[in-house]
Design a protein around this ligand. Structure first.
Ligand SMILES: N[C@@H](CCC(=O)N[C@@H](CS)C(=O)NCC(=O)O)C(=O)O
Length: 241
C-alpha cells in the first residue's frame, strides 16, 4: 500500500504525484496543512525528521525527499521507466534533481507570501517562538520568521527571480539534443523541474517561459502539460482559495 503525505501547492509533492500518476499507481493521499504547521507535529516528525512534505509510506516504511522517492518508485515499479538506461545519464539525472533542489529557497520567497504569510503574520510573538522551536532546520526557521515578521523585499524577490531564470537558461541548453533534460526520453529530471517551471510560468517570470525567450523550454513545457499524468497530478492553480 502506498500513502502520500503531501500538499496540493507543494512543489516537492507535485513531483511525487506526477511520478505516481506516470506509473499509474494508486495511493492514499493525506493532505498536510502547512499553515497549521502539521508538518512539524511530533507525529509527522516521526515519519519525516526534516519536517517537510512530501513523505511516502510504502508497505509501512516512510521515505522523504521527493527526488529519492521518485527514484525509489521507479526502481520498485519499473514500468514505464522514468530513468535513463546508462549509469552516466542516471548520474546526470540526479545532478538535475540536486541542482533544482538547491533552488527551492528562491521559490519559497514567492510561494509562502500567498497562503502562509497571512496565517504566520497573525501569530503572536509567543506563538511564533513556540512554532520556530519545532522546525528542525535553521534555514526553514529563518524562512518562517521572514514570512511572519519581515516579508521578503522587492530586491530579494528580484534576486530570486534571476536565479530561477538562470534555471531556464540551463534547461534551454540541455533540451537542445532531444527535447528532454537528460538522454532521449522523459525522466525524473523533467519531473523534478516541472513544478518549478509551473510557478515561474504562472507568476514569477511568465515572460521567460515563452517561445521568444526560451523556445525549447516553452516547447518542453507545452509537451509536458499535455501528458495525461500531468493532468491527473493536480498541479494547480497555485493562487486562489
Ligand atoms: N528537498 C525536499 C524539499 C521538501 C520541501 O521543502 N517541502 C516544502 C513544500 S514544497 C515544505 O514542506 N515546506 C514547509 C516548511 O519548510 O516548513 C524534497 O524534495 O522533498
Amino acid at each position: 500500500m502506498i500513502i502520500l503525505h503531501h500538499g496540493s501547492r507543494s512543489s516537492a509533492s507535485r513531483r511525487v504525484r506526477l511520478c505516481l500518476e506516470e506509473k499509474g499507481l494508486r495511493y492514499e493521499g493525506h493532505v498536510v496543512d502547512m499553515a497549521k504547521m502539521e508538518h512539524h507535529s511530533p507525529e509527522y516528525l516521526k515519519i519525516n525528521p526534516l519536517g517537510v512534505i512530501p513523505t511516502l509510506i510504502h508497505d509501512g516504511k516512510p521515505l522523504h525527499e521527493s527526488g529519492t522517492i521518485c527514484e525509489y518508485l521507479d526502481e520498485t515499479y519499473p514500468d514505464p521507466p522514468l530513468r535513463p538506461d546508462t549509469p552516466f545519464e542516471r548520474a546526470e539525472m540526479r545532478n538535475w534533481i540536486r541542482h533544482i533542489d538547491g533552488l527551492i529557497g528562491n521559490l519559497i520567497i514567492f510561494n509562502w507570501r500567498h497562503h502562509l504569510q497571512k496565517t504566520a503574520s497573525q501569530w503572536t510573538d509567543a506563538e511564533l517562538a513556540e512554532k520556530l522551536k519545532s522546525i528542525p532546520s535553521k534555514e526553514r526557521q529563518e524562512a518562517w520568521l521572514r514570512v511572519a515578521r519581515k516579508p521578503y523585499t522587492e530586491e530579494e524577490r528580484d534576486a530570486a527571480r534571476g536565479k530561477l531564470v538562470v534555471l531556464l537558461d540551463k534547461m534551454e541548453d540541455a533540451l537542445k539534443p532531444s527535447g528532454w533534460l537528460v538522454g532521449k526520453a522523459y525522466s525524473i529530471a523533467d519531473i523534478a523541474a516541472a513544478p518549478f517551471v509551473k510557478r515561474i510560468d504562472e507568476e514569477i517570470a511568465p515572460d521567460e517561459v515563452t517561445a521568444q525567450k526560451h523556445p525549447r523550454v516553452n516547447e518542453w513545457w507545452t509537451k509536458l502539460q499535455e501528458r495525461p499524468a500531468f493532468l491527473r497530478a493536480d498541479f494547480g492553480p497555485f493562487l486562489g482559495p
